[in-house]
Design a protein around this ligand. Structure first.
Ligand SMILES: CC/C=C(/N=C/c1c(COP(=O)(O)O)cnc(C)c1O)C(=O)O
Length: 393
């Protein structure tokens, strides 16, 4: 469960039995397809989720950047984001493990919604932990989670964003491991979570590869994806990691600035790959926003889903190896990307996704002639925030 120095299982003793049970289930059902688990997963992802997902040529952006820009439309996956790939896989696995209760954290509410949808689809009771701050800025998703039959537990600790929600969910799991599975929302946490979530999200790049060869007769020159915890990123990269000729760009939230105020212990961004230091968070050694005492700093982003001080250990490793190019895009450029995709291509992206289009605008000169951008989610959840933030500027 290691990616070089990163990864591992830094969890309290109380969680080790659950982690060992999950590792055994991951190896048997996900890697070994025991009892046809992966066949059922793919069948439900098709029938309930709506896969395969289109790889669409963006004609306006291709003109604008004088190169072929393709969009992987995970915003069209049931629920409106890539999150269902992982949530459906883990809820189905919980069923195969004989668990009776589902819990999860959420920031943007997309993972919470996806988990609530999958739990309803598979007839499992579900509780979602969500920071107060995120409840207020992703309200449409709070309604969706409740409509899908989930209980939403507000988390008031700290800043009430993703980090506290994950910690709260892990606390619940520590006392309920017997009958409960924790559906973690990204490639974070102790082994086997990072590899299991990546394996469920890898369907994104498996389809991208096939579609790119079919449409253009070649692999893409560049793949671009936004990175919060890193699941849509590694999902978009997985099938290309061994093809060195395919450049992989992980776009993080540059927030308001990359300058960090050590005294205040506040990082006005969430660029863990770009400016983070090695440390342990939520059970894994990875790259984190931390001050000189090793205290984890508060992160910031205009988008809830990228507003996280950590990042997946596999991404941290691939960046150190030079295989993944980490870039930071600030709130303003993300907001411009949100408006640009909406008005030029008729697709309103999630604010998280919009960061990837900020990167495209700033760096298209450095890219090759076949660029795929992962549209990780749609922007319905962000309309109020985007309008408010735009009016402010
Ligand atoms: C697991 C917490 C992250 C959440 N969302 C993250 C997110 C992200 C970033 O998450 P990752 O793919 O895991 O880096 C990208 N795009 C959309 C549309 C997102 O909603 C959530 O709770 O909805």
């Amino acid at each position: 469960g290691k990616f070089g120095r990163y990864g591992g299982q830094y969890v309290p003793e109380a969680l080790m039995p659950a982690i060992e049970e999950l590792t055994d289930a991951y190896e048997r059902y996900v890697l070994g397809n025991e009892d046809g688990f992966m066949d059922e997963f793919r069948e439900r992802l098709a029938d309930f989720g709506g896969r395969p997902i289109p790889l669409q040529r963006a004609d306006r952006l291709s003109e604008r950047y004088d190169t072929d820009v393709f969009l992987k439309r995970e915003d069209l996956l049931h629920g409106g984001a890539h999150k269902l790939n992982n949530a459906l896989g883990q809820v189905l696995l919980a069923k195969y493990m004989g668990k009776e209760r589902i819990i999860a954290e959420t920031g943007a509410g997309q993972h919470g919604t996806a988990t609530a949808m999958a739990a309803a689809h598979l007839d499992m009771p579900c509780e979602i932990y969500m920071g107060e701050r995120d409840i207020n800025r992703q309200r449409p998703n709070v309604f969706r989670m409740k409509l899908n039959g989930a209980e939403v537990n507000p988390v008031t600790a700290g800043r009430g964003t993703l980090k506290e929600a994950i910690s709260e969910t892990m606390r619940d799991w520590a006392t309920t491991v017997e009958n409960t599975h924790y559906v973690i929302g990204s490639i974070v946490g102790p082994h086997p979570f990072p590899v299991m979530v990546r394996d469920f999200q890898a369907v994104i790049s498996e389809e991208m590869r096939e579609q790119s060869l079919e449409r253009t007769g070649a692999l893409p020159t560049d793949v671009v994806a936004c990175a919060g915890g890193g699941s849509n990123t590694m999902g978009s990269f997985a099938a290309f990691v061994d093809d060195d000729e395919v450049a992989l760009h992980a776009v993080e939230a540059g927030g308001s600035t990359l300058e960090v105020d050590e005294e205040a212990g506040v990082a006005p961004n969430s660029a863990s790959l770009y400016t983070g230091e090695e440390g342990v968070l939520h059970g894994a050694r990875t790259k984190l926003l931390q001050d000189s005492d090793g205290q984890i700093m508060e992160s910031h982003s205009i988008s809830s889903g990228l507003d996280y001080a950590g990042v997946g250990p596999e991404l941290a490793y691939l960046v150190d190896e030079g295989r993944v190019n980490p870039v930071a895009v600030d709130d303003d450029a993300a907001l411009e990307g949100f408006h640009r995709l909406s008005s030029t291509e008729g697709i309103i992206p999630a604010l998280e996704t919009a960061h990837a289009f900020g990167f495209l605008e700033e760096h298209h000169e450095d890219l090759g002639e076949r660029v795929i951008v992962n549209v990780s989610g749609r922007g319905d959840k962000d309309l109020d925030a985007a309008i408010e933030e735009t009016d402010k500027r």
